[in-house]
Structure formats: structure tokens, C-alpha cells
Design a protein around this ligand. Structure first.
Ligand code: UDP
Length: 391
């Protein structure tokens, strides 16, 4: 039986992006028999420790920071850094039965470590592997490594799975396990939070507020929301999320500059990274998901509907597996600020439609995207891989 086999989870990030929040739930479910390796210190490490998960940070220093999704060829420093890190991870992998990697960087290092330690490796794939996000050489490196070394790809959506196969990955390695969210924190929100949050931010009680809940990155499309807002004179925007990864500080500067312009000043509230998402969502009248590229899954879509908020989302990628146009949300062309503005206006003018979409959306995601179903799916794949490794 695979019951007591130890798992080594590997993630490169110390910050809390969607991939890390999802891994947090998984690691908690395995906490009696796992260790998490991160390549930097940070809030993710703190959260894991708070939940009683054993975690070790092996800071990678400059070696990994220089490696970007779009990098054409890794530098010699990055190659040496990768090998050194992989050796450290391999030492820990020897004490586990399986290496479970959670990001492209973690996968490349984890797969090398697993090869050194002679352990099977799973890649929980949470990225759309295509040319809009990755260089051709990085795509080739990832798919070749996956095809040769991985025992299982757990894709967080069919969109993610299909992109892996289109990039040259083996279809037989892939199983889809959608993300799931625990609604408890959303159901605990005090009904007074709506006004408390608004008053703390200086937003009038009766203003129409559109929320955006994503890390700040050009492809997450906060810029598109600001463009839409230019044509919606009395609408406020609550933009929640930090510039989590390197290179995004410039984008944050641009957003802050725009938010201060006379046409938007006082209506755009850039709050940075927050951990009180349920309370902040409760202060919104509508939530906008504005990614300009196909979203791999979009946890925030599920959260918005769990919070019973009307949702307007970009019609691409995994979004189509989470919500359906005119049944649970309004879907609009990615990057089209005019379409976004008119969908926002429509839901504002047609409150009955807004309430009905939010209510059927909430029932749908509460049934379909549960944390328990995600954990069950992950555990089944882990058991399966361990079973095969023993034969
Ligand atoms: N989020 C958060 N604090 C913020 C902004 C976002 O905790 O300030 C959370 C959000 O609630 C969601 C996750 O970050 O759970 C983002 O996941 P998603 O899949 O939408 O996007 P990703 O970051 O994985 O690209």
C-alpha cells in the first residue's frame, strides 16, 4: 500500500500566487507525510508553517531569478545554479517516495533531483505552455523533460492539458484535476463587511464597485479594466493584488500613475496584495476577470461566484470550463475594453440578470469545484504513480 509513503513537494516561489494557494491546500492534506521545498523564503513558507506543514527554504539566489519564461537559452550561471539546487533537492528526495513539482522552474529542478535520487516525479501543471508565455526553447526543454522523466502530469484544466500536448507533450501522461476552493472563509464574512470595507477606503456606500483580484501583471489585464472605467464615469474599481514576480514593478507604477489621472482619480483603489479576499469581494457589486491571454484555470472566478457576485470574464482558456456565457457569467473578448465596459453596464442595468447569473454560478462552482474533489483527484494520482513505481 502507498498509504504512508512520503511526498516531497517542490515550488520555486516564496510568495502566494494562485499555484501556491492551491498547493497549500494539497500539502495540508498530506501534512503527516510530506515536506515542502521552496527556493525562497516568504509568506508561502509562513502559511505552510502556520498549517503545520514541514517546509524548508533553499534560497536559489541570483541563479533562478535570471531564468524567465521567455528566456531563450539559460545562462551558464543558471545552469550551474540549477544543478546545485537539484543536488540539494535530491538529498531530500531520497527520504521521500515521490517528488511532486508545482511550477515550471520547480519541475525542471525537481525532475533533475528525482533522476539523481531515482524517484518518480509528478508535475502539477498550472501554466498554458504556449508561445504567448514561453520561449520556443523553454517549451522544448519542458516537454522533452516531461516526456522522458515524468510519471504523471496533473493539469489544472483541459485547456492546460491541451496546450501541453500541442507543445509536444505526451497525452498519455496527463490527467485533469480542476482546482477547488473551500467556501468556508467566504461564508464566514460578516454582512457588515461591505460597508466597513467601503468606508475604510473612502468609497461611497451607494457607488457601483467593480473588483479585480489578481497579481499585477500585464497579461492579467488590469490595464483593460482601467480603459473600461474611462467610459464608466461613476464606477469605482477595487484592484487587489501585488506585483508578485520580478519585472512587474514597472507595471504597478504605470497603473498607479494612470489611477491618479483626473479621469480616474478617486475611483481606482489599488490595494496591493491582501489576504482578506472574502471581505474585499463582499464590498464589490461585480467582479471582473480581465486576462488578455488564455487563463490556465482562474481560481478567482470560482471565488467570485462562491461570494455570489456577478462575474464578467475573459472568454479564453480554462475560463470556459469554469463558467458559461449567460448561464453563470458574461464572457467577453480578452483585451477588449469596450466589450468589458458594455458587459459591466449591462449587469448594472439588469440587476435581475446579474442576480440570476451569480446565484446559478454560485451553486455550480460550490458543487463542481470543491477542495475535497481536488484533493481526492490528487491523492488518486499520487497513489497510482506510487503503485506503478513499486512494480
Ligand atoms: N489573491 C490573494 N491576494 C491578492 C490577490 C489575489 O490572495 O491580493 C488570490 C486570489 O484570491 C486567488 C489567487 O490569488 O485565490 C489567484 O489565483 P488565480 O488562479 O486566479 O491566478 P494566478 O495567480 O494563479 O495566475
Amino acid at each position: 500500500m502507498s498509504g504512508a509513503a512520503r511526498i516531497l513537494f517542490v515550488d520555486h516561489a516564496g510568495v502566494l500566487g494562485g499555484a501556491e494557494l492551491s498547493l497549500l491546500d494539497i500539502a495540508v492534506a498530506f501534512r503527516d507525510r510530506c515536506e515542502v521545498v521552496l527556493f525562497e523564503h516568504g509568506p508561502f513558507e509562513t502559511k505552510l508553517l502556520e498549517h503545520g506543514v514541514s517546509v524548508v527554504a533553499i534560497p536559489s539566489g541570483a541563479a533562478l531569478r535570471g531564468v524567465k519564461k521567455g528566456t531563450r537559452l539559460p545562462s551558464p550561471t543558471a545552469i550551474v545554479g540549477t544543478v546545485v539546487l537539484a543536488t540539494h533537492v535530491a538529498r531530500r528526495a531520497k527520504k521521500a517516495a515521490l517528488v511532486y513539482t508545482n511550477s515550471p522552474k520547480a519541475f525542471l529542478i525537481g525532475a533533475t533531483a528525482a533522476a539523481l535520487a531515482r524517484r518518480p516525479v509528478i508535475w502539477h501543471l498550472r501554466d498554458i505552455l504556449d508561445r504567448s508565455h514561453f520561449s520556443a526553447s523553454n517549451l522544448r526543454l519542458m516537454t522533452l523533460t516531461a516526456n522522458a522523466r515524468v510519471s504523471r502530469i496533473i493539469a489544472n484544466s483541459h485547456a492546460t492539458a491541451d496546450a501541453f500536448v500541442a507543445a509536444g507533450g505526451r497525452r498519455d501522461l496527463v490527467r485533469v484535476v480542476h482546482n477547488g476552493i473551500d467556501p468556508a472563509a467566504f461564508d464566514r464574512v460578516d454582512p457588515t463587511a461591505r460597508l466597513t470595507v467601503r468606508r475604510a477606503l473612502g468609497i461611497p456606500d451607494d457607488a457601483f464597485v467593480v473588483g479585480s483580484f489578481s497579481r499585477l501583471h500585464p497579461w492579467k489585464g488590469q490595464r483593460v479594466l482601467l480603459d473600461a472605467l474611462e467610459t464608466l464615469p461613476d464606477v469605482h474599481a477595487l484592484i487587489v493584488g501585488g506585483a508578485l514576480f520580478s519585472g512587474e514593478a514597472e507595471y504597478e507604477k504605470e497603473l498607479r500613475h494612470r489611477a491618479a489621472q483626473p479621469t480616474l482619480a478617486g475611483r481606482v483603489h489599488l490595494l496591493g496584495a491582501r489576504d482578506d479576499i472574502p471581505a474585499l469581494m463582499s464590498a464589490c457589486d461585480l467582479i471582473a476577470h480581465t486576462s488578455t491571454l488564455p487563463e490556465p484555470f482562474g481560481r478567482v472566478l470560482v471565488e467570485a461566484l462562491i461570494a455570489r457576485k456577478p462575474l464578467v470574464a475573459s472568454d479564453a482558456g480554462g475560463v470556459r470550463e469554469v463558467v458559461q456565457h449567460m448561464q453563470t457569467a458574461l464572457l467577453v473578448q480578452p483585451g477588449n475594453s469596450a466589450a468589458l465596459a458594455s458587459a459591466i453596464m449591462r449587469l448594472r442595468r439588469e440587476p435581475k440578470l446579474a442576480v440570476s447569473l451569480a446565484s446559478s454560478g454560485s451553486s455550480h462552482v460550490r458543487e463542481r469545484f470543491t477542495r475535497d474533489a481536488m484533493i481526492t483527484g490528487v491523492m488518486a494520482n499520487v497513489s497510482d504513480v506510487l503503485e506503478h513505481a513499486r512494480r
